[in-house]
Design a protein around this ligand. Structure first.
Ligand code: KG4
Ligand code: ZN
Length: 336
């Protein structure tokens, strides 16, 4: 079969991204224009600002992706774009761009669920992954455990009842004045902080299922911080350390438990929170003990990017699973 080149476009949140991937595996270019510096001054992503910045940047970012790959527009076989979930205005910019590109060059359009892209990021770098596998998806908006039968076939076995792990990181970072984005800010603070000075609950750890809850941990963290108000030894780094330890412990325990119960030999991590070093290390330690193979994407492919979208779309391409030009974007998920 001839090589298949797919242009991926991703604008679901505050990163304008375009990439070109060959045969669903080889990343020829991966361009990400981050708006973090702009949203930082507001302490969080401002949807309207994100959409406007995507409009300014998307054509430049796509151009850059072609230059980096050394390809002309006419050399791609399809255009893939994130259509859910995300900020609706932001999604619509990428979708409109992809539609125009597809229409102008008479190419098929492929829509990709952002979370499927995050999961797929693992396969861009690890051709050797064996199934079945348990995958922990931890992003800003979702926290779920999946039983995977193949790269694009999976069952949901548990998810969060309230906040997503990334959301908890972001809210606590903001509350403790540690900065934006919250995940990396807490990770940095936790590295400075001392272990074991505070104790926070491991919510749902003792439950016999794969559900998560992070809203209770968030409240307990805030309450403890307020309670310690007059104590001179109160320290945000130490509390960030315990917060991260508590959250990671629950994620690791439940994931490993699922791997044992489902009898798999492979564990995958996906989504922005999977960039967290403490999570990677703790999961690695537990996986090693049980001789499980653990995979996670390298940092540029772990956080939002378009290579994961172009990669996932290769499977749609092979099945001729194309989207019509009147397809729409959706802020929430239909299903994982
Ligand atoms: O997957 P992602 O880039 O966007 C969504 O699809 O939601 O994830 C963003 C989330 C944010 O909540 C961010 O704080 C978190 O991932 N995150 C991290 C780290 N890097 C990003 N959380 C913990 N540790 C990190 N190093
Ligand atoms: Zn994401």
């Amino acid at each position: 079969m001839q090589d298949v080149y797919i242009l991926g476009v991703e604008t679901s949140c505050d990163e304008t991204a375009a990439a070109i991937v060959r045969n669903g595996r080889e990343v020829l270019s991966n361009v990400v224009n981050s708006q973090v510096a702009i949203h930082k001054q507001f302490g969080g992503v401002v949807p309207e600002v994100a959409s406007r910045k995507h409009i300014e940047n998307i054509a430049l970012v796509a151009d850059h992706a072609f230059q980096q790959a050394g390809l002309h527009f006419a050399q791609v076989d399809a255009v893939a774009v994130t259509n859910m979930p995300g900020l609706i205005g932001a999604l619509l910019v990428g979708l409109s761009f992809a539609k125009a590109f597809a229409y102008g060059l008479n190419l098929p359009l492929i829509t990709v669920n952002h979370l499927h892209g995050h999961i797929y990021a693992n396969f861009l770098e690890h051709a050797e992954i064996r199934f079945p596998a348990i995958c922990l998806v931890v992003s800003g908006g979702h926290t779920s455990l999946l039983f995977m039968k193949s790269a694009d076939e999976y069952d949901l076995i548990g998810s969060t009842r309230d906040d997503a792990a990334g959301e908890a990181f972001d809210k606590i970072a903001r509350f403790l004045g540690l900065g934006f984005p919250g995940g990396p800010a807490i990770e940095l603070a936790a590295r400075r902080g001392k272990e074991g000075l505070y104790h926070l609950p491991r919510v749902f750890l003792n439950r016999d299922d794969y559900e998560f809850s992070f809203s209770g941990l968030k409240t307990a963290t805030m309450n403890l911080w307020k309670k310690l108000e007059r104590r001179p030894e109160r320290n945000a780094d130490d509390l960030a350390r315990e917060f991260q330890t508590a959250l990671v412990e629950v994620l690791v325990e439940k994931t490993i438990r699922a791997a044992i119960e489902y009898g798999v030999e492979t564990v995958l991590l996906a989504g922005g929170v999977a960039a967290n070093q403490a999570l990677r290390e703790k999961m690695g330690e537990q996986a090693n003990k049980l001789h499980l193979q653990l995979y996670y994407p390298s940092l540029p492919l772990c956080t939002d990017n378009a290579a994961m979208i172009a990669g996932k779309a290769y499977y749609n391409y092979l099945k001729a699973d194309f989207a019509p030009l009147n397809t729409n974007a959706h802020p929430s998920l239909f299903s994982l």
